[in-house]
Design a protein around this ligand. Sequence first.
Ligand code: NDP
Length: 331
Amino acid sequence: MSGKLVLVTGVTGFIAGQVANAFLAAGYRVRGTTRGAKAKLLNETIKVPGLEFVQVDDIATDDLTEALKDVYAVIHVASPLPGRTSVDDTLNSAVSGTLNILQSTVKAGIEKMVITSSFGSVMDPSLVPGFGGITFTGADWGVVSREEAEKKAEDPYYVYFASKILAERAIWDFAKEHPQLDIATVLPGFVFGPYADHFPLPTASQLGTNGMIYGLITGGSPPQPPPFVVDVRDVAKTHVLALNVPRKPIGEKRYISNGGNLTWREAVAHLNKVRPEIKTATPESFGDLPGPASTLDTTRTTEDLNFGEWIKPEDTIVAAADALIALQKTW
Ligand code: NDP
């Protein structure tokens, strides 16, 4: 294959696998980073034209020179999810990992990057569990310091959202000092949906955000997070389209990626209708919302990226449920 080569970090993760496939489908070649000895094994077993794997054990500290050789653009997705590791590791991986890859990208003479941020970086982390009826846009910013995040060590969600705010701040500060870099960030809502073709499937302990849907389809009633729902395939599409937006003033290419709002109660009611064989808790067993749900405004993304239709949250939940039922049979 002769397409331009992009480096996708954390490629065996839920989102990054779909990002890799979306770039391949758009005619790019993809080099994906993985941790440990997986890269060698994946190179031997996954034979997809244009796809290769490279070992990067820690995005925050590894020398990325070899991984970045001949790369046209860097798509930085890897970052720890809430509660997966210590507070220090979460903040270090997110912030130092981002800085390490920014510095290495500049050193390699690469000018284009797309970086996965989060809806959490547009709001105060203490608002995240809340329902304030606020509409957030890509121009909004959460404010938090590393010290505040360290003091809230007992709250993995606070620490995680703080890590995404601090990482995104570091990106745009770096961009001001390196105007040759053309950066876009993608800010997804909660991401659900099918697993990427060709990539290894997760084990029961690696479900990530789809684990919430697994909770629903196995009769649980998990706590209601902000009901922002986006399909993993639309998040991948946002990354591909964001790469090709012409240069804009620094900080303006912040693209919220979200299909809409759907509460667990609504999700379960929809599943009961279209997948009656799935035994969920009753919609009534989910309590009332603590307040009016906030919303994520995707106008900038839809316009700048000429995005087209977003996959409906109801369809995303069904796709995730179907994928999880198929996955369960492999365990
Ligand atoms: P996953 O946990 O499935 O993927 C994360 C990937 O990052 C994994 O491949 C992991 O490797 C890798 N990784 C983590 N830390 C490091 C490190 N220090 N060095 C190298 N690789 C590392 O999560 P998602 O796919 O859900 O999330 C991907 C990105 O999307 C993250 O940046 C996350 O913050 C963001 N995001 C996710 C949302 C969601 O709802 N899922 C919502 C908004 C943003 P390994 O598998 O070896 O652990």
